[in-house]
Each structure stands twice: as C-alpha cells, then as structure tokens.
Design a protein around this ligand. Sequence first.
Ligand code: BV8
Length: 234
Amino acid sequence: MALPRDAAIVILTGAGISAESGLRTFRDADGLWENHRVEEVATPEAFHRDPALVHRFYNERRQSLATVQPNAAHLALARLERAWAGPFLLVTQNVDDLHDRAGSRQLLHMHGELVRGRCLGCGAIHPWPGDMDQASRCPTCQTGRMRPHIVWFGELPLDLDRIYDAVERCDLFVAIGTSGHVYPAAGLVQAAAPGARTVELNLQPSRVASAFQEARTGRATDLVPAFVEELLGG
Ligand code: BV8
C-alpha cells in the first residue's frame, strides 16, 4: 500500500547502516575494543577512572572517520528527505558523521557525535574533528577540560522529547541496521501510533523484530535504496 506523499516518516538507524562503509558495529567481535567491553569503556565511571583510556577509544574512532565514506544507504536516506513532501526525521544512534556527510539535515544524533566535544566546566559544545586528551581546553571558557560529546551508558540520550513526539505522530517508522540491544532506542517502535506502518531493515532479525509489522533481511546498501525507490514511486 503506497504511503501518501504528505505522510510523516521517522527513520531510526544503528551501526549496521555504517558497516558497509567500513566502520565496525558494536556487536562485531562481540563488542570488544582492546579487550575491554564497550559497555565498560563508554561510561562516565570509565572516564572518571581512566580518562586517557576513554580519550584513546574515541580518538581512534574519530581518526577512522577520515578513512570512510557514506554508502548508498546513507545517500538514499538523504535523497528521501529531500524528495519527501511530508514531515521527515532521521534519528541515529550512530556517533559517526556519515549521515551528515551524505547530506541528511533533519537528523538527530540521540547518542551524541564523535566530531563534537563538550566542556566539563561550562557545558559548551564545540566541533572537535581532531584528538582530545586531558590537556584539551574549552574554547569558550578557556579553563574547562573537555569530554567527547557522546551519550555514555547510564546517561540520558539527547533530544528524547523531540524524538518521542515525532515517533508518536509518524505514519511510517523504519529501523535500519540496529540490533535492538540498547534502550530507550530499541523501545521507540513501541511508541509509534497504532495505525503507523513499522518496518525493520536488517542483515538479521533484531531483538525487537517481533514489534515490527514488516521485516526485510539483507544488506543496507541493497535494502535502503530499494525501499526509498518504493516510497518515491520510482
Ligand atoms: C539510559 C554512544 C537512563 C557510545 C551508545 C545499567 C545502568 C545504566 C543503564 C542501563 C543499565 N542496564 C541497562 C541500561 C540501559 C542502557 C542499555 O540499554 N544497556 C544495554 C547494553 C542493555 N541504556 C542506557 O544506558 C541509555 N541511557 O538508559 O539512561 C537514564 C534515565 C534517566 C536519567 C538518566 C539516565 C544510554 C545508551 C546510550 C549508550 N551509548 N553510543 C559510543 O558509541 O561509544 S549506545 C551504542 O550501542 C550505539 O549508539 C547503539 O545505540 C548501540 C549499538 O547498537 P547498534 O547500533 O544496534 O549496533 P549493534 O552492533 O548492536 O548491531 C548492529 C546491527 O546492524 C545488527 O542488528 C546487525 O545485524 C546489523 N547489520 C550489520 N551489518 C549490516 C547490518 N544491517 C544491514 N546491513 C549491514 N551491512
């Protein structure tokens, strides 16, 4: 059934949409980095205990951004946003900048962004394309130490009010390349209105696949462009 062109669309993406660009997912190598569990490094406690280790974790991932490009799935979502007449919101759990570089604009990074830093003193948020360490200082207040502008485990995701408002109103909710492990992101599909169409696009069924009306299995660079073509009546 074709979606009316003024329908409201919300898309949620996870690490799987960036996998074919060459960025590792969290569940690759069962979520380990330098033999640390990611859930143990991506926490305020880890940053307090060993800031150098956590800075190294994010510096490595920030550096890898220079080596990868948006893929056909990222580009298809940017095309859909430009062509769609109705309300459109892309919510990503990814902290990479591939959706931004693909041209997505109605975009919320609910778990923060690798390419931004936040001052522990004044809270200012700044673009931070390069390495960060304990000597890094806030460009605004000049004295505050910096932390990655990343939502760690145990911290409140960003823009949740705006996200829930859009999900509750949407006519189509699509989750792409997310395993459904992490909440509240994995629970967003439950907030969709009863009449909304819900679709999961994934290499394999997620933990919350049963919450979706429809599931398509395959690689994002195959599934997403085809899905966008369908929506645009191509
Ligand atoms: C919160 C930034 C409460 C970091 C991330 C104990 C203490 C505190 C909290 C909790 C706790 N126990 C549970 C919780 C809740 C916790 C949680 O859910 N934990 C899990 C592990 C059980 N959640 C939180 O802590 C959240 N905050 O609850 O706050 C609160 C309330 C009030 C006030 C204050 C606080 C915050 C969670 C955010 C954590 N930060 N990211 C960083 O990046 O370093 S989460 C991080 O992991 C990602 O952002 C993402 O969300 C998640 C990884 O999931 P995916 O993106 O899905 O990736 P994954 O590898 O898992 O899966 C890849 C998928 O892609 C697979 O399905 C695969 O099939 C598919 N795929 C692979 N290749 C392809 C593909 N698909 C298509 N094509 C392909 N080619």
